[in-house]
Design a protein around this ligand. Structure first.
Ligand SMILES: *Cc1c(COP(=O)(O)O)cnc(C)c1O
Length: 405
């Protein structure tokens, strides 16, 4: 009963947002206004209120105003989820305490004895969750190179219930043809849930749900929040059945974000378009410089014609973030040590440029033979190109490349 009331209230809020947004479909207009109509609060504050309370007063037993307890629902969280769903052209958005929290909830949609097909080039932590935890729940995963759709089809077993991929992938920036993959899978097995981790591009550059992907998943920790100061994840879907199940799992498993963090991410989304445009510009400038340098073996960037899936990238995305990977000819430890503007650090997607050695820093949990087969060698360097001045970033890379000889 309580839950019905709450859902009713949330639907009312969403409808009002849709009305307000009916004439405004530009990305930044949605980011700045969706779910944030000042009329919904008695004080009409333009910036949504940060509600920290975990308990909400009942008018009478069983009678409340849409919120009961902080785990099952919070007004600041509702604002963020409404805005994210609108930005993604989705219907339901659920946020979680981290990206892996979102992954934990999404994979709880399937059960013991089910099988999962995952791409072979995944965020290290996702790979670890699948290989170390899901396996204990008797959910087995098969890892394949999804740049070939046939590999995915060949890996499907009668008990396959979920397909999980990243595009572009981490750290090799391999691009998977989302439409071809979904069409091939769904024509054979409409029951399989296809999940795309869209962390590297954000909904500004790519909207997986447009290609009939079932769930668009995020580590909001990265570009979406973009300031390296919040851990959060999200699952966004157009399907009512999955939306309802994920809302239940969010509450029951308790993997919820704090209202304070929700307010921070909501604030960050307002500049997502501006930030992503600059990340792309800086990333391309750094990648072009790297390609011109004799101490660089090969640069990976989906918007370079030399990228093996360049055409697919152009077809399904409208740009690329600041993620650039490259193979160095020199000594990678010397290169990383010499960097001054780039910080040696894990994570990505912030204002601050970061550099990482994936084989040690982000993919150490992937078995060594698998790493070697993938090409995650000790010469592979991953850059998250931030928002500093372009000329300083290039000068920094130049002096570090010289130092790595
Ligand atoms: C960081 C990351 C995750 C995990 O998210 P957390 O917020 O760190 O839990 C998942 N996928 C990708 C692509 C990531 O970069």
């Amino acid at each position: 009963m309580e839950r019905d009331d709450q859902e009713q209230k949330q639907k009312v809020q969403c409808n009002r947002t849709e009305l307000n947004m009916a004439s405004a479909r530009g990305f930044s207009t949605i980011a700045i206004h969706a779910g944030q109509d000042p009329q919904q609060w008695t004080h009409a504050s333009v910036v949504p209120p940060l509600v920290m309370s975990t308990s909400f007063q009942h008018d009478a037993p069983g009678q409340h105003r849409g919120y009961v307890y902080g785990r099952s629902g919070n007004p600041t969280r509702t604002v963020l989820e409404t805005c994210l769903a609108a930005l993604e052209d989705g219907k339901h958005c659920l946020t979680f305490a981290s990206g892996l929290g979102a992954t934990t909830a999404i994979t709880a949609l399937i059960q013991a004895g089910d099988h999962l097909v995952a791409s072979d080039d995944l965020y290290g932590g996702t790979n670890r969750l699948f290989q170390k935890c899901l396996i204990k729940q008797n959910i087995k995963s098969t890892f394949v190179d999804m740049t070939s759709v046939q590999n995915v089809i060949d890996a499907i077993q009668p008990n396959t219930k979920m397909i999980w991929l990243e595009s572009p992938s981490n750290p090799l920036l391999k691009v998977v043809d989302l439409k071809a993959l979904v069409d091939a899978v769904k024509s054979r097995r409409p029951d399989i849930i296809v999940v795309v981790d869209n962390t590297f591009l954000t909904c500004y550059f790519q909207k997986p749900l447009e290609f009939k992907v079932d769930i668009s998943m995020y580590s909001l920790t990265k570009y979406m929040n973009g300031h390296l100061d919040v851990l959060m994840g999200a699952a966004i879907t157009r399907r009512d059945d999955l939306g309802e199940k994920l809302r239940f799992l969010q509450k029951v498993m308790g993997i919820v974000p704090s209202p304070f963090d929700c307010a921070l991410v909501n604030r960050s989304l307002k500049t997502l378009e501006l930030r992503m445009q600059r990340h792309m510009e800086n990333g391309l400038a750094v990648a072009k410089f790297l390609e011109s340098h004799s101490n660089v073996e090969r640069v990976l960037h989906p918007y370079f014609p030399s990228h093996p899936q360049h055409d697919v990238a152009l077809k399904q995305s409208t740009g690329h973030s600041g993620m650039v990977s490259f193979y160095l000819k020199g000594n990678s430890h010397k290169f990383l040590k010499a960097l001054k503007v780039f910080t040696l650090g894990a994570s990505l997607g912030g204002c601050e440029s970061l550099a990482a050695l994936p084989c040690i820093m982000t993919h150490a949990s992937v078995p060594e033979d698998e790493r070697a087969a993938l090409g995650v060698t000790d010469q592979l360097i991953r850059l998250s190109v931030g928002l500093e001045s372009k000329q300083d970033l290039i000068a920094d890379i130049q002096q570090a490349l010289d130092a790595s000889q």
